[in-house]
Design a protein around this ligand. Structure first.
Ligand SMILES: [Zn+2]
Length: 358
């Protein structure tokens, strides 16, 4: 019978153990160790190819990754690198970190931005924002299309029972969450209102009501000035970017500047002026787009009567958290006489109207 190497080894160890009592205690661990190595070598010999592949992969990995180890980068190289960086680095002075309270930054008016910088290049419909169209001029130049005297303007009487339609062009909701649908601008039926200073644009379908409102105000002794009725996207972008730049020049980061600019002016594609349904209205004695307009006769007259002609004060006071726009007593939006009456009677915003009635 053939005796295996393992058995021979075991016998030899046992023999040594019998001869010497002391060695007997040592022989057990030696035997165990011997058996372990024996089996390990046997196993490795049986799987040789597999282990060669593993070892090669491991070596390759070590060699490859070692290229990025600092010890492999020569000293000359590192010194050179450091010198080229340090020359420039010396000139860089890190800005001090300043805590800016965004709530306290003074908001900029459209005019301030325009005065501060170069003139915004005129686009097809974008007009000088500083241009104001006098009510008397508008009425004089548009005699032929003024509504008849029998035009009644007392708001809608049956607005409570009116079936509002979410697809009604007059009710379109545009704000920071709802931007102007793609292709809308191309579809706006732009109408012209001739004035002494040139042609004013807005949605053709609101012109009759607008003229009626201007005339009614004039009859009540209130003179209105219409400013920037329609602005196209290009113009709106220019205006917005200019505000961002202005704030960045005061030391704010882009994100901070963007945040403030979007509080003072609607972000491009979220402006109702792009719809042709919104107008900024001031008066002879108060031509700034500022809160103080609310206290003028014109501001009061518009707040009280504009709904009769389908217009609403779009960004009321104390509703900033809903509209996301500061109080703008000069910005009026056409929604049609039924919705305007309801919104004004209930003292709600267009956002709330959408929530409750559409
Ligand atoms: Zn406006």
């Amino acid at each position: 019978m053939e005796v295996t190497l393992e058995e021979r080894f075991r016998k030899k160890m046992l023999k040594i153990g019998k001869r010497n009592r002391f060695l007997r205690f040592c022989i057990i661990p030696v035997l165990a160790l011997g058996m372990f190595f024996f089996h390990a070598i046997k196993y490795f010999r049986g799987n040789g190819k597999r282990f060669i592949v593993l070892a090669t992969t491991f070596c390759f990995f070590v060699v490859y990754s070692s290229f990025s180890f600092p010890m492999f980068i020569s000293e000359a190289q590192t010194e050179d690198k450091w010198n080229t960086i340090s020359d420039e680095a010396q000139d860089i002075v890190l800005a001090e970190e300043v805590e800016i309270n965004l709530e306290e930054v003074e908001l900029l008016d459209d005019e301030d931005v325009l005065l501060a910088g170069e003139v915004i290049p005129e686009t097809e419909h974008g007009m000088d924002i500083g241009e104001r169209y006098n009510a008397s001029d508008i009425l004089d130049y548009n005699q032929d299309r003024l509504p008849t005297d029998s035009y009644t303007a007392a708001g809608a009487t049956d607005y409570e029972n009116y079936e509002f339609d979410p697809d009604d062009w007059r009710l379109i909701l545009i704000n920071k969450q709802n931007s102007i649908p793609e292709g809308y601008e191309e579809k706006v039926p732009l109408g012209n209102i001739n004035t002494l200073k040139g042609v004013m644009h807005c949605d053709e379908r609101i012109i009759d009501d607008l003229l009626a409102m201007i005339r009614a105000a004039k009859d009540d002794g209130v003179s209105l000035l219409i400013t920037s009725p329609y602005r196209d996207l290009e113009y709106q972008k220019n205006l917005f970017n200019r505000k961002v730049t202005y704030y960045m020049n005061t030391g704010l980061s882009y994100m901070e500047a963007y945040q403030i600019a979007s509080r003072a002016v609607t972000v491009p594609n979220a402006s109702e002026h792009q719809l042709g349904l919104a107008l900024d209205i001031v008066t002879d004695t108060f031509t700034d787009l500022k809160e103080g307009f609310a206290d003028t006769d014109a501001g009061k007259w518009l707040a009280a009567n504009s709904y009769c002609y389908g217009f609403i004060l779009r960004y009321p006071k104390d509703k900033e958290d809903i509209t996301c726009i500061e109080y703008e007593p000069w910005h009026f939006r056409y929604v049609g006489v039924e919705a305007a009456t309801l919104i004004t009677e209930k003292g709600i915003t267009l956002e709330e109207f959408w929530e409750e009635y559409l």
